[in-house]
Design a protein around this ligand. Structure first.
Ligand code: ADP
Ligand code: ZN
Ligand code: ZN
Length: 802
């Protein structure tokens, strides 16, 4: 008798441990750690992950596993261990950690197929199942005793398991026209056909001449310049047939990539790559901070380290923030490594993501380039992990499990004994502080590749502009420089920092601001629909012409949205061709890339956009970058707001003059004296780092102190406050006097979707009891959560304090 220890898919405290089940005889050898099974749990059937297989159990009465979900492990041994780390360091349940590591498709509804790659190689007992098809549903086999053979055939690549996601959005098919007749019949049909059926003749000729047996319908119609009627006629005669065929959903498949070869490295690049190559060759887990200004050639260095890793037969993970936003980066990797690269990012549909994940799982690719969750790529022989733009907040997951990709990278790096490279022009204070203490090794690249050096940055005081009578959102200096670019045929990038309260509606008489009735934030004006929208809950309402509070007519929009900027440009520079990139113009899939392509092809003079244009763009003719409002982010109640402002301004400035033409940057600001604005204009990271470290030390923030955030939400205010008070008191009792416990206080956004939000912040240096105390808090309220709709979240090392 064999038994399997299973973690069931019920994320509560009581089930956060393995339960033992009997393995039916026919599945012995198949059931192994990392596969998923269905098991009876009380009266229900639920999913679970097998964590161990053993010869005996201490449980008196065990029930058998009901069915198999996988035949091959979906999680490696390493990832299963990593799940424990996640559980302990983010205070989640083991099952949530497992789920976080799998692509969404495996958690959705799907049909599981067993596909025969070569039916002739199948043993007789299985040929029966595949006698007229190359695929059968997994369930058809589940009653049989053939599982050991099947498992072996999968390992030999004769059979394949495929999860077909039942997700209309992601499943892509195209119609195929198939030839059903012999050449003879084609000729015969042709002879019997009326002379006037020209289109049908064309079709028959096509198949006779090309001897093709199938073709994509759309291509066929285009090629022959005919309509569907003729096709239908021949389908009716059963000469042709039509069929839906699923296409492989590689979004980059249709595009061609010009292959690129490694460039000879510069002195600076050689200095940086040397130590990393040593770590790769010596199989050492070293952490590196590649502190390189924008355009210093970091990406080329990344690619050449990946080269070395591939030469050694190992694999590489490259994290890039939301790469849907930087197709240029993907292109560079695809051009260099071709089909060895899988791409994982949030712009992909669920099915597409699954396809990419499958390539990794099947070891068909060696490199994954992806956003945050790509850090869990199921590689088993990793040679390097690279995190580009290390400072990006999107590397922190804001949902359970609340992990940071950087921490996972370090864990995996330790396991695989490989280097981890954190690259940025503006590393986070936490990371740079570690480099200063030699926890990470610092690699500096302070010269740009181009001759031009860093662009000249001008700060314009917008208060001064106003004083001198300029009411436009463009300062005179910026406008003049834009004009010059137009005359010279060069390009401008205009950046609007829209986060914050940019386009709210306010009454100028009574100060009334339109707010969401469910969330305590102001509504944002959307011109295209003439609606006011809440960005938290989606609530919308039409814009009224008079103030709802005092009926004044002086009720108008404040701040600037991208549309408004566009209108103003059209007024001031009527000849300028503008491309606007914001959530509205990029909602459609692929729109983002298309707009960037147009700009790259110089079909526009000005690229106007929000955060999404701040990163990774690299256009040779951009010689001017304008930041319309530098300080909206400074006003956000977050101890990182200066850091974020500095990072953003530095990133944006880096878009100018990356090639042979010199670049200029104009930053418009209402607080030009602020050190983050001032120092960004001098590209002076080190000074910013020192200044900001002093501020952090003074106020006891990271990296001097660790933070933990407890957030409580409930529909009733009194309940919310009471629970937060209890938690705060409990923590005060259980933590040392050195811990600073702030709260209970209302969260900066004190209500979302009709739920009140309160928080408690813990600042600490060393609190051995903290995790267990927080765990007890979570466990205590977990039972209340369902009954009373109370939610308690713990975020260790939070990035959002809202
Ligand atoms: P970063 O990633 O630091 O912003 P990039 O890797 O994008 O910098 O490099 C900036 C530009 O310099 C790119 O156009 C890149 O192709 C080019 N480049 C990088 N390394 C070299 C090299 N060794 N020789 C020639 N050009 C290079
Ligand atoms: Zn709302
Ligand atoms: Zn009013």
């Amino acid at each position: 008798m064999r038994f399997a220890s299973v973690i069931v898919d019920v994320p509560v405290k009581q089930t956060d441990r393995p339960f033992d089940y009997e393995i039916p005889e026919k599945w012995i050898g198949i059931v192994q750690p990392g596969i998923r099974v269905n098991v009876p749990f009380g009266p229900r059937q639920i999913q679970g992950f097998v964590v161990a297989v053993k010869e005996s159990t201490t449980v008196e009465k065990t029930r058998p596993i009901t069915s198999l979900i996988d035949i091959q492990p979906v999680l490696t041994k390493e990832l299963m261990g990593l799940a424990h780390w996640l559980r302990d360091h983010t205070l989640c349940y083991t099952i949530s950690a497992y789920q976080a590591m799998l692509p969404a498709a495996l958690k959705a509804k799907y049909v599981k197929w067993i596909i025969a790659r070569d039916v002739t190689k199948l043993p007789a007992e299985l040929q029966l199942f595949f006698h007229d098809t190359d695929r059968i549903k997994f369930e058809e086999l589940s009653g049989t005793n053939h599982f050991n053979v099947i498992k072996w055939l999968i390992e030999e690549n004769i059979l394949e398991v495929y999860y077909e996601v039942k997700d209309r959005l992601s499943k892509k098919t195209h119609k195929i026209i198939r030839l059903n007749a012999t050449e003879e019949i084609l000729v015969q049909t042709k002879n019997e056909l009326s002379e006037r059926a020209i289109a049908q003749h064309k079709l028959l000729d096509f198949f006779l001449e090309t001897k093709q047996s199938e073709i994509v319908k759309k291509l066929l119609l285009e090629e022959l310049q005919i309509g569907v009627a003729a096709l239908k006629a021949l389908i009716k005669l059963e000469v042709l047939s039509e069929e839906d065929v699923e296409i492989y959903r590689d979004p980059y498949l249709e595009r061609t990539f010009t292959p690129s070869s490694p460039l000879p490295l510069t002195y600076q690049q050689n200095e940086a790559i040397g130590p990393i190559l040593d770590s790769i060759d010596g199989n050492r887990h070293d952490g590196y901070v590649m502190f390189g200004v924008t355009g210093s050639g970091k990406t080329e260095v990344y690619m050449q380290t990946v080269d070395r890793v591939l030469q050694k037969g190992k694999e590489a993970i490259v994290l890039v923030p939301e790469i849907a936003l930087t197709p240029q980066m993907v292109n560079r990797f695809k051009s260099r490594f071709g089909s060895k690269v899988a791409v994982l990012h949030s712009g992909l549909g669920m099915g597409e993501k699954y396809d990419e994940w499958r390539k990794i799982h099947r070891k068909e690719v060696k490199v994954v380039v992806g956003a945050r969750s790509a850090i869990f790529a199921p590689f088993e022989n990793i040679g390097i992990i690279i995190i580009d733009e290390e400072h990006e907040t999107s590397y922190k997951q804001e949902d359970t499990p609340r992990y940071h990709a950087r921490d996972i990278a370090m864990e995996r790096g330790r396991y695989h004994e490989c280097p981890v490279v954190l690259g940025s022009a503006t590393p986070t204070l936490e990371t740079f502080a570690r480099a200063s203490k030699n926890v990470y090794k610092l690699l500096k690249m302070d010269k740009r590749m181009s001759e031009q050096g860093m662009p000249e940055v001008d700060i314009v005081d917008m208060r001064e502009e106003l004083r001198e009578g300029n009411r436009s959102m463009f300062s005179r200096a910026l406008l003049e420089k834009m004009q010059i670019r137009l005359e010279r045929g060069e390009q401008t990038v205009l950046f609007l920092n829209k986060r914050g309260y940019s386009s709210f509606v306010m009454c100028r008489d009574c100060g009334y601001v339109v707010e969401c009735p469910h969330c305590d934030i102001s509504l944002t004006y959307h011109r295209s629909s003439n609606q006011m929208k809440c960005h938290y809950c989606g609530y919308e309402e039409p814009v009224s012409s008079n103030c709802p509070s005092c009926d004044s007519e002086h009720f108008r929009f404040f701040g600037t949205g991208t549309q408004k900027v566009e209108e103003e440009i059209t007024k001031l520079l009527p000849n300028a061709r503008v491309i606007r990139m914001d959530v509205d113009t990029t909602r459609k899939k692929g729109a983002h890339e298309k707009l960037l392509q147009q700009f790259g092809d110089r079909k526009a003079d000005i690229l106007l956009g929000t955060q999404m244009i701040a990163k990774g763009l690299d256009f040779p003719y951009v010689t001017l970058v304008g930041v319309l409002t530098a300080d909206t982010m400074l006003n956000i109640p977050d101890f990182r707001s200066s850091e974020k402002t500095f990072q953003l301004l530095t990133q944006v400035s880096g878009r100018a003059g990356r090639h042979n033409l010199a670049g200029e940057v104009v930053i418009q600001s209402y607080s030009p004296e602020h050190y983050s604005v001032e120092l960004a204009s001098h590209h002076d990271y080190l000074q910013f780092y020192q200044k900001e470290m002093q501020v952090r030390k003074l106020h006891q923030y990271p990296p001097f102190y660790f933070l933990a955030l407890v957030t409580v939400t409930h529909q009733e205010l009194t309940k919310t406050v009471a629970v937060t008070e209890n938690i705060t008191r409990f923590l005060k009792q259980h933590l040392s006097d050195n811990a600073v416990i702030l709260g209970p206080v209302a969260s900066p956004i004190s209500r979302i979707k009709d739920r009140y939000r309160y928080q408690c912040i813990i600042k600490y240096k060393k609190e051995p009891n903290l995790h267990s105390a927080l765990k007890s808090v979570l466990d205590k309220y977990q039972t209340n959560m369902e009954q009373e709709k109370l939610a308690v979240h713990v975020d260790l090392n939070p990035y959002m304090l809202m």
